[in-house]
Design a protein around this ligand. Structure first.
Ligand code: ADP
Ligand code: MG
Length: 244
């Protein structure tokens, strides 16, 4: 996958496979292209060339500017609905309650029956420890609670894949743990996840694969033990010693 903004090549040939049911943690310095990678996977940005497949389904395919495969807006929306995205800043709808934030897309974008969607939303709120806050508005919730609602919202789409972009970076330190607990729980239940985070402890415990990115490239990838305990590249070592 290649992606250029203006004259800057931000993704310089990314080749990554995240196996179903596994957790991939993406590490890397600020500006290395981690968010852009997630945004390309989810069609929030268009790749310049390369292809993305989710569960075998083609998401985008171009070669050096020639548009070999262009998806319609409708196909894009459909595919995006199959991929959850959890943002650093939660991005909840401020005028909707926790429950409504979760039910909105399954009802209006996916057209699922309301009754089922509401039952499932209550179930998901309970799963993230917020069964009693269904009718609270985002402003009435802590950052950690808002992020847990955002995770429940992503799960409500029954996604094939959930992308997390620094899900705990905007949280006060004492709230990080409650969100990581939810992520660990998801990981243990076999949700396919790609998680950009600087939480090395989480990577060590929960990741199947750790990927280290720098300057738009994957510098190395492997198991947590390989990448975190025995990094092969100087840039990985320098990054790890700075964040640990
Ligand atoms: P990371 O998430 O690893 O910090 P990003 O993917 O956000 O990195 O950004 C990688 C590079 O791409 C940065 O230099 C950033 O300034 C640039 N960039 C990201 N988004 C845009 C955009 N929409 N327009 C122009 N440049 C962008
Ligand atoms: Mg980023």
């Amino acid at each position: 996958m290649h992606k250029t903004f203006g004259t800057t090549e931000v993704l310089r040939g990314i080749d990554l496979t995240a196996a179903a049911g596994t957790v991939t943690v993406v590490l890397g310095p600020s500006g290395s292209g981690k968010s852009t990678l997630l945004r390309c996977i989810n069609h929030l940005e268009k790749v310049d060339s390369g292809l993305v497949r989710v569960d075998g389904e083609l998401i985008g395919y171009r070669q050096s500017g020639t548009r070999l495969h262009e998806l319609s807006e409708r196909q894009i929306l459909k595919q995006r609905a199959g991929i959850g995205f959890v943002f650093q800043n939660f991005n909840l709808f401020p005028h909707l309650t926790a429950l409504e934030n979760i039910t909105e897309a399954p009802i209006s974008a996916q057209g699922k029956p309301k009754r089922l969607v509401y039952d499932r939303a209550h179930e998901l709120l309970t799963r993230v420890g917020l069964g009693d806050r269904a009718h609270a508005y985002p402003r009435q919730l802590s950052g950690g609670q808002q992020q847990r609602v955002a995770i429940a919202r992503a799960l409500a789409l029954d996604p094939k894949l959930i992308l997390f972009d620094e899900p705990t970076s905007a949280l006060d330190p004492e709230l990080v743990g409650e969100v990581l607990d939810v992520l660990r729980d998801l990981a243990a239940t076999g949700v396919t996840m790609i998680v950009v985070t600087h939480e090395i402890g989480f990577a060590r415990e929960a990741a199947d694969t750790v990927v280290f990115m720098d300057s738009g490239r994957i510098v190395e990838q492997g198991t947590p033990a390989e990448v975190l305990d025995n990094p092969q590249h100087e840039r990985t070592r320098a990054f790890l010693s700075a964040v640990l």
